[in-house]
Write a protein that binds this ligand. Structure first.
Ligand code: PMP
Length: 424
């Protein structure tokens, strides 16, 4: 079937009339290539179909929620069984206790859990808990890190008051000196430090956390009586079956989880150690859907597969296959790729591509050949991404490299991206 986008374009036109800007949040940035579909009809395993019926090997996994494969049967069966009994009820089902027990069992620093819906809920509850626990105001966050779309952390200024961010102080990720300086400048008033498990910003190479930085963050928090908060929303359970910093021997006091913990069902969580329990007991946080039983049943089953299955090894094997294959292809076609980060959560950028025109052209060519890549955000793989899927994807990317090589002289940068990176 040849690639087409007629229905998608029709829906986009309709959306513009009834949805602000046609779409909101990260789906509205207008920064993906124009050909990228906005609307999808279904997903299964590693595959995604858009409204025009185009099938893709999906390298985004819903921006993280798909970990075991779309529609993974055991999780869907557990969710369906609970949904048949009741979902949003007047209070939670027993699975809230089972889910909390599972997280406490899997995450070393966790002694308790609170459940919510989105990653933003979880990071926000984490900072509120830290403030309640310490009775202080300042939260130290890394410049450029994404922690969600609430006023304290949204990357866009519209509708946000200076007061909303007045007590967020910025440091540089992996720069222990900048963290120490932030502590010094706010002595006696630091409630917590929030950090992602590794550096995963858009349009940038990913970078692993430096052990020294993580250890220093822990020491500075201990010395000042502040809480260390790990934002696991994106990377959680994609690097390890427990806390992402356990391998460094660094335990946070609080961590925020979301995206994949129920394999796509809507639920997120804050977990904490007993050092933060008083704070967690004192705050008031809730939501109409936060006690819904179906996502919790899905979460219990997802966590069981995380503990007992080989999803992690499978995603790493698939990611490695893709990384090696792409490296060879790029070289054969005369391009240099910068593939950074963990192979199962890669960022793939082109060398010598300051306005990203090569990358954008390449992902667009791959899209039309059945592979959904991302030109500026890290990608995600699931346990359903087989080595065969990666071989199929690589056949498409090889042709995509060849097509870009041919068009190289006539490529234009994406206008929105060009504006972002234009020299001032
Ligand atoms: N923290 C991190 C590190 C994230 O990547 C995200 C979402 N991409 C969030 C928080 C916010 O999660 P959500 O979009 O579910 O609110």
């Amino acid at each position: 079937m040849t690639w087409s986008n007629t229905k998608n374009e029709e829906l986009k036109a309709r959306a513009h009339k009834v949805i602000p800007r046609g779409m909101f949040g990260h789906q509205s940035t207008g920064m993906l290539p124009d050909e990228y579909p906005q609307f999808f009809s279904r997903a299964r395993g590693s595959r995604l179909w858009d409204v025009d019926g185009n099938e893709y090997i999906d390298m985004m996994c819903a921006y993280g929620p798909n970990l075991l494969g779309y529609g993974f049967e055991p999780v869907e069966a557990a969710a369906a069984a609970q949904a048949a009994l009741g979902d949003a009820m007047t209070g939670p089902s027993q699975s809230i206790v089972e889910l909390a027990e599972a997280l406490v069992g899997m995450i070393d620093h966790a002694d308790w859990a609170i459940f919510c819906k989105n990653g933003t809920d979880a990071t926000t509850i984490a900072i509120v808990t830290a403030r309640a626990q310490t009775r202080r105001r300042k939260i130290l966050a890394a410049t450029g890190a994404y922690h969600g779309a609430a006023p304290w952390c949204t990357p866009r200024p519209a509708g946000v008051l200076p007061e909303d961010k007045a007590h967020i102080v910025y440091y540089q990720y992996n720069d222990a000196d900048s963290l120490e300086a932030a502590f010094k400048a706010n002595e006696g008033d630091v409630a917590g430090v929030i950090a992602t498990p590794f550096l995963h910003e858009t349009f940038k190479d990913e970078a692993d956390v430096e052990r020294e930085f993580a250890a220093t963050a822990r020491q500075l928090c201990d010395k000042a009586g502040a809480m260390l908060i790990l934002d696991e929303v994106r990377a959680g359970f994609r690097l390890a079956r427990g806390s992402s910093w356990a391998r460094l021997g660094v335990q946070p006091d609080l961590s925020a989880w979301g995206k994949c913990i129920a394999n796509g069902h809507p639920i997120s969580a804050v977990v904490g150690s007993d050092a933060a329990r008083k704070g967690a007991e004192s705050i008031f946080v809730t939501g109409s859907f936060w006690f819904a039983a179906t996502p919790m049943a899905a979460g219990v089953e997802t966590l069981r597969h995380i503990r007992e299955g080989d999803y992690l090894e499978r995603t790493i094997a698939a990611g490695r296959r893709l990384r090696e294959g792409l490296q060879q292809q790029a070289a054969a076609h005369g391009f240099t790729l910068r593939q950074s980060g963990p192979v199962q959560m890669p960022m793939i950028l082109f060398e010598d591509d300051p306005d990203f025109r090569l990358g954008y052209a390449w992902v667009t060519e791959a899209l039309k050949r059945g592979v959904y890549l991302h030109p500026y955000h890290n990608m995600f793989f699931s346990a359903a991404h087989s080595l065969e899927d990666m071989a199929t994807a690589l056949a498409a990317t090889d042709d995509a490299f060849a097509a870009v090589k041919q068009r190289k002289g006539s490529l234009e940068p994406h206008p929105v991206v060009a504006r972002m990176f234009a020299p001032h």
